[in-house]
Ligand binder design. Structure first.
Ligand SMILES: C[S@@+](CC[C@H](N)C(=O)[O-])C[C@H]1O[C@@H](n2cnc3c(N)ncnc32)[C@H](O)[C@@H]1O
Length: 211
């Protein structure tokens, strides 16, 4: 998926993926990560997700990465915050107390950028990418992440016409993460709305095998 695709989504305001409310699966299942509460949490492809505010409220330090500058700026302005902005290498960091959003390409992140990160929250990141990019995304994530990290991952399964979002099956989650992570399915929900027939929202807990 090319960068221009996402920049156009943001400039056209076609951001149906953005949730005004905090994600219900995050709220229900974050405690299953078994964290103390002060860990640093990485939020890949974060958009302007308010879930980052919820994670900070739990005591975490949050590190997001987002390609689109408007999205990065909107996250702070819509939440009445004025970030300190610092350009460094491939990224412009936007930070306030407890939250740092790096504006730039996820694939340019290095291990150094993720130093101290012990948990990841992936909502609408993996499923935003087409098949071949999903493998590259997981490969890169595993390269830059501590081997002991845990991931809360939310996927969708449905009869896919064209994405994003893309349907990601349990078999694919296993194929992508199974070598390095213990995988537990925490929940598999079929939404009530008849228009969502055949659709499932799935929450996964991934624990680094060397953790
Ligand atoms: C489907 S949206 C999900 C956003 C957010 N996770 C949420 O729950 O609202 C995917 C986001 O990833 C961003 N994105 C796409 N490719 C990226 C990349 N290579 N690096 C960083 N961000 C990227 C897009 O601009 C978009 O905001």
């Amino acid at each position: 998926m090319e960068h221009d695709f996402w920049h156009k989504k943001w400039s056209d305001g076609k951001i149906g993926f953005h949730q005004k409310e905090i994600n219900p699966y995050l709220q229900s299942y974050w405690q299953r990560m078994g964290l103390k509460g002060d860990e640093k949490v990485f939020v890949p492809l974060c958009g302007k997700s308010r879930d980052m505010l919820w994670l900070r409220e739990q005591g975490h330090e949050v590190l997001g990465v987002e390609l689109n500058a408007t999205a990065c700026e909107a996250f702070f302005s819509e939440n009445d915050a004025e970030p300190v902005m610092v350009e460094s290498g491939n990224f412009t960091s936007h930070s306030i107390d407890g939250i740092d959003v790096l504006c730039g390409d996820f694939f340019n992140l290095t291990q150094e950028d993720l130093l101290g990160v012990t948990a990841v929250y992936d909502r609408a990141a993996l499923i935003a990418l087409p098949l071949e990019m999903r493998a590259k995304y997981v490969d890169h994530l595993q390269k830059i992440l501590s081997t002991t990290a845990k991931i809360l991952l939310i996927t969708l399964e449905f009869d896919e016409q064209s994405g994003p979002p893309f349907s990601v099956s349990a078999d694919e989650v296993e194929a992508l993460f199974g070598k390095q992570f213990e995988i537990k399915c925490l929940d598999r929900v079929q939404p009530d709305d008849p228009r969502d027939a055949g659709r499932h929202e799935v929450t996964w807990l991934l624990q680094g095998k060397r953790g």
